[in-house]
Ligand binder design. Structure first.
Ligand SMILES: *Cc1c(COP(=O)(O)O)cnc(C)c1O
Length: 478
């Protein structure tokens, strides 16, 4: 601010806490929640301070529709340098030869990256196959219900879901191959949001080739582990690979689309992908986010990245092992990646109730369908991931402690359900929160919450730079 800054511009120079204490307080409360709780949502992670700085930078001001050296606006010399750098780092992080692969770093998020990729690969109403949502697939892989086409991927394309082998809960590649012979897809999408095992990309390539179809891997969940070369390499077999940047990759919220450039089959794929992102599906790139992606990708090319990814997997396996030791049932019995799917049906508990009790305890998890669920409306399991807790420095022993908390949470959910005398979620919540004569559930929830909080607060949270104090509006019983 200068001496002559007029009144109407003074607001531009004041910090958030002064200009808008209401929003500042919401941020403080969310900071407190992240610090005080155990984040086990498999699609979440804790990005770095450096990424947050880039994401919150002055780059947010700039319009740059188009690509480096081909923009619709002037003043893009540094933005061009940034986007070229980000693309180079993306190829490097995933060990790709720039002569064979290219990447578009502009997608705003995973879903928009996927829709742009479909726009590039297909004509409207072309046929695609993706893993069904109840089997761990993602909405954007063609999901529809009997009554409704739920996403653009089923509204603008014809889609057909493949699934799991009920006996192994692994992708049923042979049924997929016979379904493809009937459906004749133009595109097969692989990748999942809730699948604890790795993919056989080679098997899918064979099916795609049988029908002259394209193969796309959406590695939104696992890209950090793929970059670390801890999982199979989808780039060996796929034409296009999409990902989010904020899950195991630990960056800002955005997406990437990788495309092959070699051979007749990929002749104009680069142009189709770039045109699909802009102008077909998006407008101006979010350059502050692209800076965040770039600095994230730098981190993912360092030797420490592999160690992080290995620890994420070891942590998921320790968690799985401990839950199995307690006698619980996991889908596929364990995990090869960052997540476990916990089948609660043998306990006669729904995913919603365990998610709910988790929220009351400061353990953040999400309900998830498990293979063979009768109703998609009542998911019979929960999904648990270790990427975020690994970013808070936890190791196997700590994840065993966390598994102990989960065990107690589930046992407590059973008690609360019994004491509620009903199957309704609202009665369950009342029973868990309102102490009542002759009942112990609510009291035990309070006690366990205290233990979880005390444990969680032993660990640092990246991105918190000032001392943490309990913000106004947070009531605590301890
Ligand atoms: C999370 C996810 C997406 C969507 O990402 P958004 O950034 O939420 O749009 C796409 N595909 C898969 C497999 C995912 O898990």
């Amino acid at each position: 601010m200068s001496q002559s800054t007029p009144e109407f511009n003074k607001v531009l120079y004041a910090p958030l806490s002064e200009v808008d204490p209401v929003v500042q307080n919401i941020i403080d409360k969310e900071t407190w929640r992240q610090y005080s709780g155990l984040e086990l949502i498999a699609s979440e992670n804790l990005t770095s301070r450096a990424t947050m700085e880039a994401n919150g930078s002055i780059l947010t001001n700039k319009y740059s529709e188009g690509l480096p050296n081909a923009r619709y606006y002037g003043g893009n010399e540094w933005i061009d340098e940034l986007e070229v750098l980000c693309r180079d780092r993306a190829l490097k992080a995933f060990h790709l030869d720039p002569a064979i692969w290219g990447v578009n770093v502009q997608p705003y998020s995973g879903s928009t990256a996927n829709f742009a990729a479909l726009t590039a690969l297909l004509q409207p109403q072309d046929r695609l196959m993706g893993l069904g949502l109840p089997d761990g697939g993602h909405l954007t892989h063609g999901y529809y219900t009997a009554k409704k086409k739920m996403t653009a991927s089923s509204i603008y394309f014809q889609s057909f879901p493949y699934g799991l082998d009920p006996s192994t809960q692994l992708i049923d590649y042979s049924t997929l191959a016979s379904q493809a012979r009937i459906f004749k897809p133009r595109l097969i999408i692989c990748g999942a949001s809730a699948y604890p095992r790795d993919w056989d990309y080679e098997a899918l390539r064979k099916v795609a080739d049988e029908h002259g179809a394209s193969l796309m891997a959406d590695i939104a969940h696992t890209s950090g582990l793929v970059a670390a070369q801890e999982l199979a390499d989808p780039f060996k077999y796929c034409d296009v690979v999409t990902t989010t940047t904020h899950k195991t990759l630990r960056g800002p919220r955005a997406g990437l689309i990788f495309f092959r450039k070699d051979g007749e089959a990929h002749k104009d794929l680069e142009k189709r992908v770039n045109d699909a992102v802009f102008p077909a599906c998006q407008g101006g790139p979010h350059n502050n986010t692209i800076a965040g992606i770039a600095t994230t990708l730098l981190q993912a090319t360092q030797p420490s990245w592999k160690v992080y990814a290995q620890q994420v997997i070891k942590n998921a396996q320790a968690l799985a092992d401990e839950l199995v030791k307690h006698g619980y049932k996991l889908q596929t019995g364990g995990t090869d990646n960052h997540l476990v799917l916990w089948d609660l049906r043998p306990l006669k508990l729904t995913g919603s109730k365990v998610e709910k009790i988790g929220d009351l305890l400061g353990i953040t998890i999400n309900k998830n369908a498990v293979s063979g669920d009768a109703s998609a409306q009542v998911p019979g399991g929960i999904r648990i991931g270790t990427a975020a807790l690994t970013s808070r420095d936890m190791r196997e022993e700590d994840l065993r402690t966390v598994a102990g908390f989960l065990h107690r949470a589930v046992q407590l959910a059973l008690l609360v359900q019994k004491e509620s005398g009903s199957k309704l979620l609202k009665d369950f919540v009342r029973s868990a929160t309102v102490p009542a004569e002759g009942k112990v559930g609510a009291q035990q929830v309070t006690e366990l919450r205290r233990e979880v909080r005390a444990f969680a607060r032993r660990w640092p949270v990246p991105g918190i730079t000032s001392p943490i104090v309990r913000p106004a509006g947070i009531e605590e019983d301890d």
